[in-house]
Write a protein that binds this ligand. Structure first.
Ligand SMILES: NC(=O)c1ccc[n+]([C@@H]2O[C@H](COP(=O)([O-])OP(=O)(O)OC[C@H]3O[C@@H](n4cnc5c(N)ncnc54)[C@H](O)[C@@H]3O)[C@@H](O)[C@H]2O)c1
Length: 206
């Protein structure tokens, strides 16, 4: 099932992955499951989530799925509490879920694109981190990984909301690495380049 191998053992770790029903979140959930972690898979897409959970279960790995809209702070807390109770703790949070909305700065739909992008790509990370923190503080190897993008370092036209949010993810990661690092909670981010997933399937190859 694994696409690649992790460089360190995560045997027995409890890992919560957001956006686990598709693309890189699905690959991350399967990678950790294959490496012996217990996976809490979270996504707004119920059907996709069911499929991924079934596939991980079929490989004999401990997994449970939670259908969740990350714009709902209360629901996030409920799900993270449930996941931590179910697996007796939480060691790692992977903030992967995301959306991409393109709009020119003077587009009629720009305000909506901005609000949705900032909420879904950046504010949602603060919600999951705040809900996960009490459990991460009890872990012997607490980790937070935020998925940013090369858009967090550069830019593409008509993607200013996405680009600003991803720059924000890098800033949030740096700030929390300093704030939580002293407690032993590492906070890192990954900046993938273009990868063919649900998010990019409509973009022409060239
Ligand atoms: N694909 C790329 O080229 C690329 C490049 C750089 C960064 N990224 C980032 O990687 C991450 C994963 O993207 P992907 O390419 O795998 O996309 P994807 O569309 O395949 O997966 C994203 C998942 O997030 C879920 N999601 C979206 N909004 C949600 C919400 N409100 N609540 C819960 N779940 C929600 C979706 O249902 C989906 O399953 C994103 O943060 C994205 O911005 C992607």
């Amino acid at each position: 099932m694994a696409l690649t191998k992790l460089s360190r053992s995560v045997e027995g770790y409890v890992v919560l992955v957001t956006g686990a029903a598709s693309g890189m979140g699905e690959a991350t959930a399967k990678l950790f499951a294959d490496a012996g972690a217990k996976v809490a898979a979270v996504d707004i897409n119920r059907d996709g989530l069911k499929r991924v959970v079934k596939e991980i279960e079929a490989a004999g790995c401990p997994v449970r799925g939670w259908s969740l809209d990350l714009s709902n702070g209360e629901a996030i807390k409920t799900v993270i509490d449930e996941a931590a109770a179910h697996f007796s703790g939480l060691d790692m949070l992977v903030n992967n879920a995301g959306i991409s909305i393109f709009s020119s700065i003077d587009g009629a739909d720009y305000t909506q694109a901005w609000d949705k992008s900032l909420d879904g790509l950046l504010t949602a990370h603060t919600r999951t981190i705040r809900a996960a923190l009490p459990y991460l503080r009890k872990s012997r190897n607490p980790r937070i990984v935020n998925i940013a993008s090369t858009e967090g370092l550069g830019a593409t036209k008509f993607a200013s909301a996405y680009t600003a949010a991803k720059h924000g993810v890098i800033g949030l990661t740096r700030a929390l690495a300093v704030e939580l690092g002293e407690e032993g909670i590492t906070v890192n981010c990954v900046c993938p380049g273009p990868i063919r997933t649900g998010m990019t399937e409509a973009i022409p190859e060239e």
